[in-house]
Ligand binder design. Structure first.
Ligand code: ADP
Ligand code: MG
Length: 627
């Protein structure tokens, strides 16, 4: 059985890990890095993923997609404002969903995330020497049902069998707690690029029990960057009366510079930001430059309200767990943004604890996901580990008066199942519409509707007589399934909650096919390039041989030269069979030349041709002058 991997599909960076000899290990990507930027760029019909995509962002701002996790499983009306700030085009899709447009083609956020997953898994498969198909993927604990479902679909589009979707802080706690003995209560504080999660767990005897979770799915390092971007743009605007944010390329450069400055301020008390030639003066057409110094104090002032926003979820998680700060034994920091000194300070301030920095904030989540994958695959080296997680938000149905009737309250252990009986409000009501909601507000309209479905064909009855049994069932992924049944008739209706923002089955199937075709096209493209490179290399070798053996018989020289010239042309042709033909003939000619032609009259003083040692030709073949 091929190994299952754990994947931290991050807003900013993603990491993949696997169990090796009883311990989770990060798998380095093809570039040799332990983290892979969650960035996808489209260039013509080519797709770039990871570092290579990130590097060309400023040159290709409209087709370089980053922080797409902010849009996954969301409704357009939830993300409108964020969409407006993005250098690439984000718009409303079918049924109020979100789509990203590149070169006139629409992509679902799930599709873009699938490209990141596909790269991680392809690189890992190559590294491990086995085709990986099974994965555990993590999500922020505070992700709602549609965000979870959409993440799972991203995995499916990438051709993966998603064994489980688990919460990032829970995964981090697994990585932390794997080698700890004894009982302790830990608080995991995860502030990444786009999301913020707090989870309180009790660990002991291999049991990892989540007590409560809270967070903010729209708070992360990118918001800190945005404050710097806004500050820079406003200062610049004051001086030059030009808003850099309106120029996509300038905006992308601002974002990159802002992040760099922020990271520097984690170690230095001030940093300089320099963006030469950021734009042109609209009137004089002379180039304009941006130069600024940002101090840590100013940065903290610009982000003071963001820092404040982390406080509430921590307090909420404590109160939901019925604990006070002094009950927490360890505070574990996860996510790149916990390196911001002011963030560390505020964590310490709220919890009264010096944060534990024993886990690597970039890797803990993926490592924990690999542990979970190991548990599911029955990895015996892990012993008996039990993971008890909770659902982050209350689930309920809409009832008379536009209220929400909670079915499963937040922080209920999952999997969970709950049944309630509802009835009709009017005489002879032929059916009911069930609106499934998620959120903490008392009025239905203030919460997120996960989907609606109808139960029809209720026989004529007085109001209040029908017995409609509604069952909510949350699986181990935190994903909800709902059924309803009219008890007097036994008529049943059920939905797997698929709201308008998640893709339907046909979409997913189409996207899987598309992604596979793309991967195939990428492979073919690569092979094409490789064939041409090989021929170009061989041609180079031939010309070197000709140079070194100027005294070889003229007819041998002419023959080789003729095929080498042919190769020069063929390299630029689209015709694969021609490439193969020329490659073969050039190999033959070159071999012939080097064994017979060149040996006949080696040029005096010719040195060993190092290029000839590139074993493009048969391995047992020796260059002629190497005797
Ligand atoms: P995610 O889980 O969302 O992918 P990460 O945990 O990788 O995110 O964190 C990425 C965020 O951390 C980015 O916003 C990045 O700018 C920020 N970050 C990384 N290193 C530092 C640092 N030294 N100081 C401040 N922020 C940092
Ligand atoms: Mg993360």
């Amino acid at each position: 059985m091929a190994k299952a991997v754990g994947i931290d599909l991050g807003t900013t960076n993603s990491v993949i890990a696997v169990m090796e000899g009883g311990r989770p290990e990060v798998i380095v990507n093809a570039e040799g890095n332990r983290t892979t930027p969650s960035v996808v760029a489209y260039k013509g019909d080519e797709r770039l993923v990871g570092q290579i995509a990130r590097r060309q962002a400023a040159l290709n701002p409209q087709a370089t997609l980053f922080e797409v996790k902010r849009f996954i499983g969301r409704r357009w009306d939830e993300v409108k404002d964020e969409a407006a700030r993005s250098p690439f085009t984000v718009k409303e899709g079918p049924g109020g969903s979100v789509r990203i447009t590149v070169d006139g083609k629409d992509y679902a956020p799930e599709q873009v995330s699938a490209e990141v997953l596909r790269k991680l898994v392809a690189d890992a498969s190559a590294k491990l020497g086995q085709k990986i198909t099974d994965a555990v993927i993590t999500v922020p604990a505070y992700f709602d049902n549609s965000q979870r479902e959409a993440t799972k679909q991203a995995g499916e589009i990438a051709g993966l069998n998603v064994l489980r979707v688990i919460n990032e802080p829970t995964a981090a706690a697994l990585a932390y707690g794997l080698e700890r003995k004894g009982n302790e209560t830990v608080l995991v504080f995860d502030l990444g690029g786009g999301t913020f999660d707090v989870t309180i767990l009790e660990l002991g005897d291999g049991v990892f029990e989540v007590k409560s979770t809270s967070g903010d799915t729209a708070l992360g390092g990118a918001d800190f960057d945005q404050r710097i971007v806004d500050w820079l743009a406003e200062e610049f605007n004051k001086e030059h009366n030009f808003d850099l944010r309106k120029d996509k390329q300038a905006l992308q450069r601002l974002i990159e510079a802002a992040e760099k400055a922020k990271i520097e301020l984690s170690n230095a008390s001030e940093t300089s930001i320099s963006l030469p030639f950021i734009t042109f003066d609209p009137e004089t057409r002379t180039p304009l430059h941006l130069e600024r110094t940002l101090t840590r104090a100013k940065f903290e002032e610009l982000t003071a309200d963001l820092l404040k926003r982390v406080r509430k979820p921590v307090e909420q998680a404590l109160s939901d767990a019925k604990l006070s700060a002094s009950d927490i034994n360890e505070v574990i920091l996860v996510g790149g943004s916990t390196r911001i000194p002011a963030v560390k300070r505020i964590v310490q301030d709220i919890t009264g604890k010096t944060p534990n920095e024993s886990v690597n904030p970039d890797e803990a989540v993926a490592l924990g996901a690999a542990v979970q994958a190991g548990i599911i695959q029955g990895d015996s080296s892990l012993g008996d580990i039990v993971l008890v997680d909770v659902t982050p938000l209350t689930l309920g149905v809409e009832v008379q008066g536009g209220m929400i009737a909670p079915m499963i309250t937040r922080n209920t252990t999952v999997p969970a199942k709950k049944t309630e009986i509802y009835t009709t409000a009017q005489d002879n009501q032929p059916g009911v519409e069930i609106n499934v909601l998620q959120g903490e507000r008392p009025m239905a309209a203030d919460n997120k509707s996960l989907g609606r479905f109808k139960l029809e064909g209720i026989p004529p009855m007085r109001a209040g007589q029908a017995q409609i049994e509604v069952t909510f069932d949350i699986d181990a992924n935190g994903i909800l399934h709902v059924t309803a049944k009219e008890k007097t008739t036994g008529k049943e209706s059920s939905i797997r909650i698929e709201n308008t923002t998640t893709l339907d089955k046909n979409d997913v199937e189409r996207m899987v096919k598309e992604a596979e075709e793309n991967a195939e096209a990428d492979k073919l493209r690569k092979e094409k390039v490789e064939k041409r490179n090989a021929l170009a290399q061989l041609r180079l070798q031939a010309t070197q041989q000709l140079d070194e053996h100027a005294n070889a018989p003229q007819d041998a020289r002419d023959r080789l030269k003729a095929v080498a010239d042919e190769a020069e042309e063929a390299v630029n042709s689209d015709d694969d069979s021609r490439i193969a033909d020329v490659q073969k003939r050039l190999e033959d000619e070159l071999r012939d030349f080097m064994t017979k032609g060149a040996q006949a009259q080696p040029e005096a003083g010719a040195t060993s041709a190092s290029a000839a040692e590139d074993d493009v030709i048969d391995a047992d073949f020796k260059p002629a002058d190497d005797k």
